[in-house]
Design a protein around this ligand. Sequence first.
Ligand SMILES: [Zn+2]
Length: 169
Amino acid sequence: MSAEPDPLPSPSLRRRLHMRVEERLEGRSCGWCSVFVAYSGRGRPPSYCSKSCRNRAWEVRTAEARLQRDIVAGTARSEPVREVIRQTVVQTRPAPPPAEQSAPAVSTAAGWMTLLQELTEQLREGELGRQHWHHEKLYRRLTEVAATLGEAYPGGMGHLQRNAGRRSR
Ligand SMILES: [Zn+2]
């Protein structure tokens, strides 16, 4: 016994034999989950396999209807969500070491002599001697110091230079 149904006779053969084809709904797939639901033949054919599938389909239908109403009313947009992102580069610089900030100001001649000696050594031995791009501003500041010293000395820069030269000889 074959499970395959017999093929229908061709329309021309059916016409000659006065046959007609009757159709009967045997079932349909669930409108939500697509499971096949058999139809008994009595009453309205089922659209869903279960109450929960019917409810889910109804929820989606009403939500879609609500969305369409809101789009028409202008309270909802059908466009995708857009985002504007601004990129800002934040560079953090470590704070200078506290020792540099709170170094005691030199206020005596001896202090100046020691400090200037140290700075001279730095120029001779350290990195600063090779950093030529810093030299111009250092020179400008040192010239300023020398000029201020000359202004402070009685008789001015001329006397200061003469006396300093005599002392070193
Ligand atoms: Zn279902």
